[in-house]
Design a protein around this ligand. Structure first.
Ligand SMILES: NC(=O)c1ccc[n+]([C@@H]2O[C@H](COP(=O)([O-])OP(=O)(O)OC[C@H]3O[C@@H](n4cnc5c(N)ncnc54)[C@H](O)[C@@H]3O)[C@@H](O)[C@H]2O)c1
Length: 322
């Protein structure tokens, strides 16, 4: 049985606690948050103790989930690596490149299970797409269009500060940047536009175009610009030499496939957050490599930061991955 502690009793702390209490091989130890009342609220809902310091929580945990903003992680990463505790870190793994390089260096000296929560890899429609791609039913991919849009998160103010969240590219479009880069391999160039650089990024919106070394082009839309009344939605269209498939979260989570006439694929619904946590904890328990390694999270952070650099300079960034 793994003892799991959570730092950060906000939106994602709640999501991960809900998964952990449903897993057979995990025991939720409790919560540490700068705001004790937030820990108390989650402790009442899910069980587990309220810790007054992070160190007390670490002492009683085998695994620690860091569900806090990316600028708040350094001290905790350092301490947890020193203590050789397994770490689950929310995406993005950090806010800045210098910190990511520091983390790479730290982890090169110790073997600590460390997973980054790029949960879209567990979304059923994305999982199914990757499966079809690996089976070869799509052929060579020439074009991908994906979108992930809604209003800016309403539950916390730090998202509105570019210096803390990195705006819509680093906080939201990174999901698609990570998934397409994972599926299609090395990235050749990146060009992006966004509204990330004003004081008020309430209506931040971006288009990121990634060209892959294998010739595929992905255009990714990320949006916080919708009014709160509009539903959050995400979609993709993938064009390959043998098939085209598309999916829209507002249309019943069904994938439309055009090979041999129109076919509808219905991937089995799974809770992607629970699947991700289960996969991670099983790997820790069985002492196997974790499914989403720190280098994956660092790679996606670097790609998203390149997109931000392009959006700021108006230039295309070439030779992105060698
Ligand atoms: N994968 C997803 O679907 C998804 C969705 C939302 C957020 N996220 C990511 O999860 C992370 C957390 O976001 P959130 O929405 O849960 O934020 P949040 O603001 O809801 O929660 C963060 C919590 O951390 C606490 N906190 C802040 N600094 C702290 C510190 N130094 N020590 C201890 N507690 C501290 C805050 O008091 C707050 O309760 C971010 O990296 C975000 O990008 C992922």
């Amino acid at each position: 049985m793994l003892r799991v502690g959570i730092v950060g009793a906000g939106f994602m702390g709640t999501t991960h606690a809900a998964s952990i209490v449903e897993l057979d091989n995990a025991k939720l130890v409790g919560f540490y948050d700068l705001i004790t009342e937030k820990s108390e609220k989650l402790s009442k809902r899910f069980g587990g103790k309220v810790f007054k310091t992070a160190d007390e929580l670490f002492k009683e945990s085998d695994v620690v989930v860091l569900a806090i903003p990316p600028t708040e992680r350094k001290e905790y990463y350092e301490r947890l690596i020193e203590l050789e505790k397994a770490i689950f870190a929310e995406k993005p793994v950090f806010r800045n490149l210098e910190d990511a390089i520091w983390l790479e260096e730290k982890l090169s000296k110790k073997t600590v299970p460390f997973m980054v929560g790029h949960v879209v890899r567990y979304f059923p429609e994305f999982f199914k797409l990757k499966e079809e791609y690996l089976k070869g039913t799509l052929g060579e991919i020439s074009m991908i269009r994906s979108a992930r849009v809604g209003s800016i998160p309403q539950w916390a103010d730090w998202f509105r500060k570019f210096s803390l969240s990195g705006g819509v590219i680093l906080d939201l479009a990174i999901h698609d940047i990570d998934f397409w880069a994972w599926m299609l391999g090395p990235v050749d160039s990146i060009r992006a536009v966004s509204n990330s650089f004003s004081e008020n990024i309430e209506t931040d919106h971006c288009i990121v175009v990634m060209k892959f070394k294998n010739g595929a082009v992905a255009h990714i839309e990320g949006g916080w610009s919708y009014p709160t009344a509009a539903p959050f939605k995400y979609s993709y269209e993938v064009v390959g030499t043998k098939n085209t498939i598309s999916f829209d979260s507002l249309k019943n989570h069904t994938i439309v496939s055009y090979r041999d006439g129109i076919k509808l694929l219905h991937p089995t619904f799974i809770n992607p957050y629970k699947m991700m946590m289960k996969d991670f904890l099983n790997a820790v328990e069985e002492e196997r490599p974790v499914p989403i390694k720190p280098e994956d999270g660092i790679r996606s952070l670097k790609l998203a930061l390149k997109a931000i650099e392009s959006a700021k300079s108006g230039e295309t960034i070439s030779n992105v991955e060698g």
